[in-house]
Write a protein that binds this ligand. Structure first.
Ligand code: PLP
Length: 378
């Protein structure tokens, strides 16, 4: 199998699965238990928290484990709005956020909030000035993702943070960094966002575990789950110890010679551009300067679901837009306002550290065969 869908999810290395198995089978204590098995698990969870926090560039006490990136996004939006409920009922976000943010904003709209969804330029970019221009005195929250999951655009978060603190210092800034964590260099300390979402399964960790960074400007954050007081009383529920162990092990593996891995992925992306642009009717949708692991293209005129099915039958996994949208047309590609022939042929390739040029060659050959043997239908 040739797996080119690392932005959807990633394979779990054996070392990660082993770390999880050891917790499930041997170190299965509840971190709240007061005998050695539990106390040791509590100590371990805190050391795993530190591993993830170090990679994110924050203090361990600022990192809260959640059940996934989606949960962290939901929590960030509601916590920021709660803190600023007296400031106002306006949110600024983008039309290309993951649905975890978009749907949280829609929910806030049903609670009486007004939401500005900023449209991207044709290349998927949204300049910091356009984000800042949308901010008003009553803006409670600005939520802009770090890396777009379909196009790979890197959004100017540091500039947005700087501009926001000058224009409206009370407005809180959230970034969904699920596709940026360990893919583009950043640190919670220097980025300037108040809330940062990450998820394990995009970096070789298990599904079902994410985390939210909560910075010092979020005072008394509203608890997400009430109960036994885990996660500093903010997100109760017995810790998902095996998932957390897997998350930390995945971070440990990824951060080992990370720069080398990112440089390899960037070179592979450039190689992919070269191979794919040689295919007739193929158009690049991703920007030239994007995150190293994501490349969206369109085989203009050929329906993307047919391409995904055809390549899939040859053991090549690529996605038609975001896997999270299952069959529905992608709102990200839709936001680019492309002609139907172009948007209808959009597919995404995404890489991991283990992807090779031979994988790309096989995919490029299969795409060319698809072009040459199937009728365009759009
Ligand atoms: N945000 C982005 C940008 C994503 O790509 C994803 C997953 O596709 C999520 C959030 C949701 O993360 P999770 O699958 O952990 O809920």
């Amino acid at each position: 199998m040739i797996y080119l869908d690392h932005a959807a999810t990633t394979p779990v290395p054996k070392a990660v699965a082993d770390a999880m198995y050891a917790v499930l089978a041997e170190q299965f204590g509840n971190p709240s238990s007061q005998y050695p098995l539990g106390l040791e698990m509590k100590r371990q969870v805190e050391s795993w928290r530190k591993t993830v926090a170090d990679a994110l560039g924050c203090e361990a006490r600022q990192l809260f484990f959640t059940s996934c990136g989606t949960e962290a996004d939901n929590w960030a939006v509601t916590a920021a709005c709660w803190q600023n409920r007296r400031l106002g009922r306006h949110i600024v976000t983008t039309a290309v956020e993951h649905s975890a943010v978009i749907e949280s904003c829609r929910w806030m709209e049903r609670q009486g909030y007004e939401v500005t969804y900023l449209a991207p330029h044709a290349d998927g970019s949204i300049p910091a000035e356009e984000v800042l221009a949308a901010v008003r005195p009553d803006t409670a929250l600005v939520s802009v993702m770090l890396v777009n999951n379909e196009l790979g655009n890197v959004f100017p978060l540091a500039d947005i943070a700087r501009g926001l603190s000058a224009k409206n210092p009370q407005t809180l800034l959230h970034t969904d960094a699920v596709q940026g964590f360990l893919k583009v260099p950043f640190s919670a300390k220097t980025l300037g966002a108040d809330l940062i979402t990450v998820s394990a399964h995009k970096i070789g960790g298990p599904k079902g575990i994410g985390a939210l960074y909560i910075g010092p400007r979020v005072k008394n954050p509203r608890p997400l789950l009430a109960g036994g007081g885990q996660e500093g009383g903010l997100r109760s529920g017995t810790e998902a110890t095996a998932q957390i162990a897997g998350f930390a092990k995945a971070v440990e593996l990824r951060t080992d010679r990370l720069e080398e891995k990112l440089a390899r992925m960037a070179a592979l992306r450039a190689y992919t551009v070269k191979r794919l642009t040689a295919i007739p009717d193929l158009k690049l949708l991703s920007p030239a300067e994007g995150a190293p692991h994501i490349l969206s293209v369109s085989l203009v005129g050929w329906p993307s679901q047919n391409i995904v099915n055809d390549l899939g039958s040859q053991g090549i996994c690529v996605s038609a837009g975001s896997a999270c949208h299952r069959g529905r047309p992608s709102h990200v590609i839709g936001a680019l306002k492309l002609p139907k022939k172009v948007s209808g042929g959009a597919i995404r390739l995404s890489f991991g550290p283990e992807t090779t040029e031979a994988d790309i060659d096989a995919c490029a050959d299969a795409l060319l065969r698809h072009h040459d043997t199937r009728m365009p239908m759009l």
